[in-house]
Design a protein around this ligand. Structure first.
Ligand SMILES: C[S@@+](CC[C@H](N)C(=O)[O-])C[C@H]1O[C@@H](n2cnc3c(N)ncnc32)[C@H](O)[C@@H]1O
Length: 279
């Protein structure tokens, strides 16, 4: 691995470990919303009881928990992540629900610690963009899939189409002098539609490549943006004093003002679903 890619991987590992407690804290309050966002991915994975599924970059358990329910006690889900602190929420939630078919394991999606053809499905929600070497990560997904098995990825669409991130990123640029897009491994890396080409280059047959849009409406009067702020920026916020943090939050709140109509925030969100099959 080149030094630049190595440095990126180290930075991702460090920052996601710092964000782990925030993800564990907010996973349950956000579970219903997460399940709605998971639906296109879970449906595209064509799950059945008894399947063995590898979920990459599982974080605090999305969509691994939902998949574990779908494959049932005769199936298995291995929920993996580069950062062990991110998996703590996943582990706790699976135990609380008694999902014995789900286990967690630290794993870098660019170097998976699993045998060839070990899984029926590979899934990944909002994770593939953070692996510095995309070709390596997709080749690994193909390798661990059985012939005929599917890999399904959900990634973010453009920053401009995602009002939550747009408002938070504008505040980060103004107050923190940083951006969610500072690194090449940023959340919107595959908004350009290039993931399907990468997946085809890895030797997968493309089954789906489409945009999924949402129009969430949120009641005014609550800091609905706080979970996302803490989850995306926990590492940077921990360096701020009280005053600077308050200034940042005031800026975030102000950036949502244009979306407020009739007592509700009218937001937009856009994701991209890319599904491939190993021939
Ligand atoms: C935005 S979170 C998504 C978590 C979860 N899938 C969800 O949608 O809620 C991105 C996750 O990717 C993980 N990640 C980053 N680089 C990775 C890599 N090379 N291999 C596996 N996971 C990685 C991070 O640790 C983090 O948990």
């Amino acid at each position: 691995m080149s030094n630049a890619l190595d440095d990126l991987k180290r930075a991702e590992h460090r920052d996601w470990n710092a964000r782990g407690p925030a993800w564990a804290k907010w996973a349950e309050p956000l579970a219903k919303l997460a399940e709605r966002m998971n639906m296109p991915l879970v449906e595209a994975a064509a799950l059945q009881p008894g399947l063995r599924v590898l979920d990459l970059a599982s974080g605090a358990g999305e969509p691994a928990l939902q998949i574990a329910r779908a494959v049932g006690p005769s199936g298995q889900v291995v929920a993996t992540d580069l950062a062990d602190a991110m998996l703590e929420g996943a582990q706790r939630r699976a135990a609380a629900e008694g999902l014995a078919q789900m286990k967690t394991q630290v794993a870098d999606m660019e170097a998976l610690p699993f045998a060839d053809a070990a899984f029926d499905r590979v899934t990944c929600r909002f994770g593939i963009m953070f692996a510095p070497d995309t070709a390596k990560a997709l080749a690994e997904a193909r390798r661990v899939l059985k012939p005929g098995g599917r890999a399904a990825y959900l990634v973010w669409g453009a920053l401009e189409a995602n009002s939550m991130f747009r408002a938070i990123d504008a505040a980060a640029r103004e107050v923190l002098e940083g951006s969610l897009l500072d690194r090449p491994t940023h959340p919107f890396r595959f908004a350009d539609g290039s993931l399907a080409r990468h997946l085809a280059d890895a030797g997968m047959e493309i089954l789906e490549d489409r945009t999924v849009a949402y129009s969430p409406e949120i009641e005014a009067g609550q800091p609905f943006w706080r979970p996302q702020v803490e989850m995306m920026l926990a590492d940077r916020l921990s360096t701020l004093d009280k005053g600077a943090r308050a200034a940042f939050e005031a800026k975030v709140e102000a950036n949502f003002a244009p979306y407020l109509r009739g007592g509700k925030y009218h937001l937009g969100a856009e994701t991209r679903l890319v599904v491939g099959r190993r021939p």
